[in-house]
Design a protein around this ligand. Structure first.
Ligand SMILES: [Zn+2]
Length: 186
């Protein structure tokens, strides 16, 4: 089973804990999720809770962390930033959105509707593959400027999130196999 599927299953079980009919003892609780994530860094935890447990607070913390990471990158690489144009912030937020909700419709932000009407861009599904043109629009630069200078920078930020995702998979794999080892020797 894919490691991420395990987290999703844990999330479902955690949600249903109070709904066990007849007051039965739930087999999976929040502490199980914590055990699965044991040893993970703070930012990997935030990603896991935001993406797989739909935890809004973790999402806000993750977005803020990725923004700081991106701002450091901008300073180190001496990006030329125009005052009043929050390109770095927009890029970091878009990268988080694309990581947490792949192919989210950028017009309705995945809601499926805009001003109480069905979203015409995604036909109400909330999902649509994201083009570079769409990314440029969200970031607030022209398509040509995006290709010239911002696309590679955006890829670096998105790559950082992919690295966190990969660290998460490794953590889940390790913790899952550790349990198998314990069970073998029980
Ligand atoms: Zn839409």
């Amino acid at each position: 089973m894919a490691q991420n599927e395990i987290l999703k299953m844990l999330a479902v079980s955690a949600v249903n804990v109070d709904r066990v009919p007849g007051g039965g003892v739930p087999t999976l609780v929040a502490s199980d999720v914590a055990a699965m994530l044991a040893g993970a860094s703070r930012q990997v935890m935030m990603l896991a809770y935001a993406k797989y447990l739909q935890d809004q607070q973790s999402l806000v913390l993750l977005a803020s962390h990725v923004y700081c990471w991106s701002a450091d990158l901008a300073v180190n690489e001496q990006w030329r930033i125009t005052r009043g144009r929050p390109i770095v912030r927009n890029m970091s937020h878009l990268a988080v959105a694309e990581s947490i909700h792949p192919n989210v419709c950028l017009k309705c932000c995945g809601r499926g509707f805009v001003r109480a009407r069905g979203c015409g861009s995604c036909q109400g599904s909330g999902y649509k593959s994201i083009s570079d043109c769409g990314r440029a629009k969200v970031i607030g630069v022209s398509k040509s400027t995006f290709h010239e200078c911002w696309r590679d920078r955006y890829q670096q930020i998105y790559g950082y999130l992919q690295q966190l995702e990969s660290d998460l998979s490794i953590t889940l794999y390790k913790n899952n196999h550790e349990e198998e080892l314990i069970l073998q020797h029980a």
